[in-house]
Design a binder for this molecule. Structure first.
Ligand SMILES: Cc1cc2nc3c(=O)[nH]c(=O)nc-3n(C[C@H](O)[C@H](O)[C@H](O)COP(=O)(O)O)c2cc1C
Length: 187
């Protein structure tokens, strides 16, 4: 089975990104189309971009970059679980993307976005051209979660409704189809 990396893009204490990513991951596991791997940018803990060579060369000097390269390389598709910060995506996300190059190529990418009433849609619109610059293929289906905070219960579990779960499954279906097609491009 292909591997889907679900990437938690927020790093601040108290982030709602963790319960949302857990919710999406459990739907992705039940979907059955992927082996699901959760990647937390807080745990990846990259410094600000500090490689001397352009990442296209994959001539990395730092162990943290080599580890990050191995993590992204073993994924066949991605889902960015992204908050909206100042009408865009988080700086941690851009930093993590910029560290690598070929590792992102010809892989499908979906988005679970959240924030205020806009549901993180501006973050996704800003993230898409960055992804396509690295030859990722964004799905049209996506999960948009406006004001998700009220759906996190006292145990810290995000309780998405049926419409949200439907959007998650539509995104996973589209990712699975693209992943099959893009495999040939990576061969
Ligand atoms: C620095 C910062 C900027 C934000 N800017 C926006 C914004 O432009 N639009 C929006 O809908 N929400 C904005 N928010 C609200 C966040 O989307 C909300 O706090 C969300 O919970 C952040 O994700 P996190 O909890 O995973 O960090 C902002 C929050 C922070 C901390």
């Amino acid at each position: 089975m292909p591997t889907l990396a679900v990437i938690i893009c927020s790093t601040r204490p108290g982030r709602v990104g963790v319960p949302i990513a857990n919710w999406f991951s459990s739907i992705a596991v039940a979907h059955g189309g992927f082996d699901v791997e959760m990647i937390d940018l807080k745990e990846v803990n990259l410094p600000q971009y500090d490689e001397p060579n352009h990442p296209v060369l994959a001539d990395y000097v730092h162990d943290h970059t080599k580890r990050w390269s191995a993590t992204v390389s073993r994924a066949d598709a991605f889902v960015f679980v992204t908050p909206e910060y100042n009408h865009s995506f988080s700086a941690a996300t851009k930093n993590a993307i910029d560290f690598l190059h070929n590792e992102w190529h010809h892989k499908a990418v979906g988005f679970v976005s959240y924030g205020g009433v806009s549901g993180g849609t501006r973050a996704v619109q800003a993230l898409k051209p960055v992804c396509t610059a690295l030859r990722m293929v964004p799905t049209v289906a996506g999960v948009i979660l406006p004001l998700p905070f009220g759906l996190v219960d006292d145990a810290g579990i995000f309780r998405g409704d049926d419409a949200m779960a439907g959007a998650a499954n539509a995104t996973l279906d589209e990712l699975a189809r693209w992943t099959q097609t893009l495999k040939a491009m990576r061969a």
